[in-house]
Design a protein around this ligand. Structure first.
Ligand code: 13P
Length: 340
């Protein structure tokens, strides 16, 4: 029998829909705003996110859920209504980032551990009351000649499993995000190395989720694509990225997981769309592959907006365009000429 968690997870990956990751921490959104020389104040963050959430057609047609940051889930629009009401009005599921960020892993140089387990049960309970139906926790793994260590993978996977079980206990679908960063060393971060590290990480994460009694039908996996590092001398073709990513998921993700929503991880926006579409065209199983993009959905809208009211309409069009392109990609129906 399907319970609410299963229904929510399936709704997040409904045909042609995906997730908008708008959960940048204050530090991260400040970095994004610096590209347009905009001060990162609560009002500017609200104007920007309100602009995205008020892009009615994009939200209704292409976006299943939005991941919010704590500030936004509690914030009111300029007109006084709650920001979350904008999402309810377009039948968009409300998600919340609940980790408190990746901190350096003591005694393991260059590696990080995601924090946020203390008090998590109480926070999840409160977010559920506010209207959230899913949550996100991002673990970060990096590729260098010495990393990742087994310990870093295991301890991050333990935290993901503990988070996921607490989410399900509180009626929230956990988005399980073990991100292998794309910015590894030039010579070390090949697609083959990414395949190896992603496979190993997924094996460990799923073993821990199962040990923690997490119901895999009530989660969404948010992985990186299997791809060469941004600075890698040897870049893989788009077909290789699609083939290796599909193979990795088919071999290392249990079938019971209802869907995959990729992160974009620093790929440019059209590449993130292209890779997703090729995978959906290529796949031979009924695995659900969609998006949970931050930068790849927002970058063009942010630049077009530039912090100016008069650019809002055009910025909304830019956001809607990327949302539509990714919606098509989630069905394997995107093509390059639609970008023009
Ligand atoms: P990007 O798509 O910009 O990588 O962000 C997705 C995300 O939510 C990372 O946690």
């Amino acid at each position: 029998m399907k319970n609410n968690l299963h229904q929510t997870a399936e709704k997040l990956v409904e045909d042609g829909k995906g997730i908008l990751a708008a959960d940048e921490s204050t530090a991260t959104i400040t970095k994004r705003f610096s590209q347009i020389n905009l001060e990162s104040t609560p009002e500017n963050r609200r104007s920007y996110r309100e602009m995205l959430f008020r892009t009615k057609n994009a939200m209704e047609s292409y976006i299943s859920g939005v991941i919010l940051y704590d500030e936004t889930i509690r914030q009111n629009c300029q007109s006084g209504e709650k920001m979350t009401d904008l999402l309810v009005a377009t039948d968009t599921l409300i998600g919340i980032k609940v980790d408190t960020g990746a901190k350096s892993l003591s005694l393991f140089e260059g590696e990080v551990i995601t924090e946020g387990l203390d008090g998590l049960r109480e926070r999840l309970y409160e977010y559920k009351q506010i209207g959230a139906s899913f949550a996100k926790w991002r673990a970060v793994i990096s590729i260098t000649d010495k990393t990742p260590t087994d310990y870093a993978i295991h301890t991050n996977a333990d935290a993901l499993a503990r988070y996921a079980s607490l989410c399900q206990e509180n009626g929230l679908v956990p988005i399980v995000e073990p991100e292998i960063l794309m910015d590894g060393d030039k010579s070390k971060h090949t697609i083959d190395r990414c395949y190896e590290v992603t496979s190993k990480t997924l094996d460990i994460v799923f073993a821990k989720l199962i040990d923690a009694k997490v119901d895999l039908k009530g989660i969404i996996l948010k992985p990186n694509m299997v791809i060469a590092g941004i600075n890698a001398l040897d870049q893989a073709t788009e077909i290789e990225v699609a083939e290796q990513t599909l193979k990795c998921l088919e071999e290392h993700m249990p079938d019971s997981v209802p869907g995959v929503c990729f992160l974009s991880g620093g790929q440019n926006d059209v590449d993130a769309t292209k890779h997703l579409s090729i995978m959906n065209k290529m796949k031979e199983t009924d695995i659900k592959l969609s998006f949970s993009y931050g930068r790849a959905l927002q970058q063009s809208a942010l630049i077009t907006w530039g912090g100016k009211d008069e650019n809002m309409l055009e910025a909304q069009q830019a956001f809607e365009h990327r949302a539509q392109m990714n919606s098509l990609a989630a069905k394997g129906e995107w093509s390059e000429n639609l970008e023009k």
